[in-house]
Design a protein around this ligand. Structure first.
Ligand SMILES: [Zn+2]
Length: 205
């Protein structure tokens, strides 16, 4: 798969996608967030117009769940409103597989995953699904998977996953660029990124 940069798209994107999730003005994201891999991150927040243009488009998520083999391309938002059928499908894909529990996922989490995927698709032409290792977790599942007691997974506000073809650190920095919650870099043994829409914070394991 090609990671060749679509330059024109990037110029637009780097000033658009991040702004939509964060809903902010013209603040700068500076060098520390530039990925060491050489892959590009959205560099700064943009005007509301460009952000609106990106977020007005249908919000599609390409999701793969390795533990069940399910793969879905889901549109959870179109024409300025939630698409309930797609939203339910997204909740299904992010369910607690172990306990068989599906709950209403936080829409901000879906937007965050969409923002990340939109960036990768439009800046790099990446079409790889986001691999979901864990989404919502009931209390029992959370305990048996070693999650902290108040894990945002139990509040339907977190996902663990990755794009297998991309450097894992880059993926965490990309999520972090949205500044919409916590980012856990699991880069030493298991390779995945925890993303949530709770408080902004970072950790490395
Ligand atoms: Zn997690």
């Amino acid at each position: 798969m090609s990671l060749a940069l679509a330059t024109g798209r990037r110029a637009f994107l780097k000033r658009s996608i991040v702004a939509g999730v964060a809903g902010m003005g013209a603040a700068t994201i500076s060098n520390p967030l530039m990925a060491s891999s050489g892959l590009l991150l959205p560099e700064y927040y943009a005007g509301a117009q460009e952000a609106a243009a990106f977020w007005a488009k249908p919000r599609v998520l390409n999701l793969f769940r390795p533990s069940t083999g399910e793969h879905r391309v889901i549109c959870f938002w179109r024409d300025g409103a939630i698409d309930m059928q797609g939203y339910r499908e997204a909740c299904h894909m992010l369910r607690d597989v172990r306990a068989g529990l599906t709950v209403a996922m936080d829409l901000r989490l879906l937007n965050l995953l969409r923002g990340q995927q939109g960036w990768l698709e439009e800046a790099y032409g990446l079409r790889e699904p986001y691999q979901v290792n864990s989404g919502y977790r009931g209390m029992q599942t959370n305990e048996s998977e070693g999650g902290v007691r108040d894990s945002f997974h139990t509040k339907a506000m977190a996902a663990d996953g990755k794009y297998p073809s991309l450097p894992i650190e880059y993926q965490g920095k990309l999520i972090a660029a949205f500044r919409s919650g916590g980012v856990g870099f699991y880069i030493n043994r298991q390779k995945f990124i925890h993303s949530d829409v709770g408080r902004v914070r970072f950790w490395v394991r």
